[in-house]
Ligand binder design. Structure first.
Ligand code: ZN
Length: 258
């Protein structure tokens, strides 16, 4: 009887050690860890995009060997929490209080990486976060088209890791496009990767973007960051060309060294 017990204990130990070993080799294979913050308490089109892009992240994380967590708890935006991740993603929301904002700023100023979609870059007089406006390259929300529409986009730099797999121009699925004033392109530290083509103007019916510069994807080269205008509705993730650009953006940011 005692001998049987010992055999069972030994078997259990073998199973536990095998589990630890396989977990260790799994975690070593992960190139980086990303965390996506999103919310479900905003307009339906913004929540739908969050659902779709999180599903996409889950799919590419297995293929590209990184790990992705997601949370609607913005109070997790603390030093202790963020230090576990090489990439922070904001899906259609941004932090509203000082504690979360300061933790994010510290994270970015110490080599963290950020990818923001659509509303994540939104700011106006009410936002009261000048550091974030600088971080975006000076972009302040100016106007948008309504209803959401497809648009022809022009790739400004096809040699960049984020845009190397997309053609010189492509039609982006239905989205609400944000225009910025001043345009972040005027900032010498900003590198614009994709812009809205002027052939789209006038864009919209109820709200019309009539003319002017409209950068869609850009990075402020002082940080490891990238902003993408896309993020409105359940068709944004329906285009494989654009999805490839989003995948390359995640990999570029997640794998960049400090
Ligand atoms: Zn929107």
């Amino acid at each position: 009887m005692r001998k049987n017990c010992l055999v069972i204990i030994r078997l259990c130990l073998v199973i536990v050690f095998a589990g630890i070993l396989s977990y260790t080799s799994w975690s070593q294979k992960q190139k980086f860890k990303a965390i996506a913050f999103y919310t479900t308490t905003v307009e339906r089109d913004h929540v739908n995009f969050a659902r779709d892009v999180l599903h996409f992240f889950s799919y590419i994380s297995a293929k590209d060997h990184f790990s992705i967590d997601s949370t609607t708890q913005w109070e997790n935006m603390t030093d202790d929490y963020l230090k576990n991740y090489q990439l922070v993603i904001w899906v259609n929301e941004f932090p509203h209080n000082e504690v979360q904002r300061n933790a994010f700023r510290k994270y970015m100023e110490h080599g963290g990486a950020w990818l923001g979609f659509h509303v994540s870059g939104y700011n106006d007089k009410e936002t009261q976060w000048p550091w974030f406006v600088d971080f975006l390259g000076g972009a302040v929300f100016h106007n948008n088209n309504w209803p959401p529409l497809r648009a022809k986009l022009i790739v400004d730099d096809r040699n960049h890791p984020v845009t190397k797999h997309v053609p010189a121009s492509f039609i982006s699925p239905i989205n609400e496009w944000y225009q910025w004033k001043p345009s972040p392109r005027l900032n010498k530290d900003v590198h614009v990767l994709v812009s809205l083509d002027s052939s789209n103007y006038p864009l919209g019916k109820k709200d019309i973007i009539r003319d002017g510069d409209l950068p869609v994807v850009w990075t402020n080269t002082k940080y490891k960051m990238l902003y993408m205008n896309m993020g409105h509705g359940d068709l944004v993730m329906s285009d494989s060309t654009q999805n490839r650009m989003i995948e390359d953006a995640v990999l570029w940011l997640g794998e960049r060294k400090k």
